[in-house]
Design a binder for this molecule. Structure first.
Ligand code: SF4
Length: 359
């Protein structure tokens, strides 16, 4: 992993692992405990300026400032859903673009949905972010800072973030190095300290990235957006299916289970007249019958009049669940939180009024 530098001449301390900060301060002639102090300032105290690291000598702060900086996103807006089940954050990254993160409240669970790219190149037809195209990749510091800032917000409310999903704007596995570095940083017990399975990476099905992720010592959960039971329909909905077919996804899901010892989750969005027939339910059960996996059904969230898709009726949803159960599959249903603030799946994109998310 190489450190990504948003500022070509200076290194982002928020993107560096503890051992890297140690090597970095050693080059400045400083002992290793300085690295621990810096890591604490960046990850636990959330400072934006090196000058705020007041237990470092003035001379060290000056020297550090010449070769390093700390990524800090600017909070542009924050909005809570009427039900209180989601809070959406609009951030500006140092290069000026805007991204979104969402805090999702579910019982005692507090999950942060994090963006990995500004926009997304994959153009899934049901996704607001896909309409933007790819603007740019986020750095590890940009990715991590979403979690640090939302965690600080939760802390102010007397709550603690328990889970992370890489399910915001962007395809995480197409910004692999930055995302994986951010995941390793989230795991550091001296910092955020979120354990492996409390983090889930959600992908549209970029198979080489899934294979690579399975070999990382991360133990993160993996969700694959399946969303169709035939290649013809999936190709219409998700152009990535031209490269990676449903069979490829099933095969890589089996590999993932063999390597990691736990299965992937297949996400399946139910869209009226597109993916919600009884035949789809039976095919979904058949496709996944010999794959160790979970199935997560998500009734579609409409994006107002711009949307080409509709949420199925309650009766159709129930019929689909019955057919899937009848075909022998186990599944869960996820009703997206925060629909009233456009903070539900497929509704994240760079719009200051409306906004939010992906897979
Ligand atoms: S669903 Fe995910 S992969 Fe597809 S366009 Fe949206 S952000 Fe990209």
């Amino acid at each position: 992993m190489s450190i990504q530098r948003a500022d070509a001449s200076r290194a982002d301390l928020k993107s560096m692992l503890p051992a890297e900060i140690e090597a970095f301060v050693a080059e400045l002639g400083e002992p290793s405990y300085r690295a621990r102090q810096i890591f604490d300032w960046v990850h636990n105290k959330g400072v934006a300026e090196i000058d705020e690291m007041t237990n470092l000598s003035k001379s060290l702060r000056t020297a550090l400032g010449e070769v390093a900086f700390v990524t800090r996103l600017r909070l542009v807006a924050q909005r809570e859903s009427q039900t209180g089940q989601a809070v959406k954050f609009l951030f500006e990254v140092p290069t000026g673009e805007r991204i979104e993160s969402v805090l999702i409240v579910d019982g005692a669970r507090r999950t942060v949905c994090i963006s990995s790219q500004v926009g997304c190149p994959l153009d899934c037809k049901f996704c607001a972010t896909g309409r933007m195209g790819l603007v740019r990749n986020l750095t590890p510091g940009d990715i991590l800072d979403q979690l640090i800032q939302v965690s600080a917000y939760a802390h102010e409310r007397g709550e603690r973030v328990t889970n992370v999903v890489m399910m915001g704007m962007g395809e995480p596995l197409l910004n692999y190095d930055a995302v994986v570095r951010a995941l390793y940083l989230m795991r550091q017990t001296e910092g955020v300290g979120l354990g492996g399975r409390r983090i889930t990476v959600s992908t549209a099905g970029y198979v080489p990235g899934i294979r690579k992720l399975a070999h990382e010592e991360l133990n993160v959960g993996l969700a694959i957006s399946l969303n169709a039971t035939t290649d013809a329909v999936r190709e219409e909905l998700m152009p990535i299916n031209r490269r990676f077919k449903i069979d490829d996804l099933l095969e890589v899901a089996r590999e993932f289970h063999q390597l990691r010892g736990y299965g992937v989750t297949f996400e399946y969005v139910l869209m009226d007249g597109v993916t919600d027939s009884d035949e789809d339910a039976v095919r979904l059960a058949q496709l996944t019958a010999d794959v160790p996996c979970k199935i997560n059904l998500i009734p579609y969230n409409e994006l107002g009049s711009e949307s080409d898709f509709r949420r199925p009726s309650q009766a159709r949803l129930k019929a689909f669940y019955r057919a899937l159960e009848g075909a022998g599959a186990e599944f869960t249903v996820r009703e997206s939180r925060g629909r009233d603030i456009d903070a539900a799946c497929g509704q994240l994109f760079d719009n200051q009024e409306a906004a939010v998310a992906a897979h």
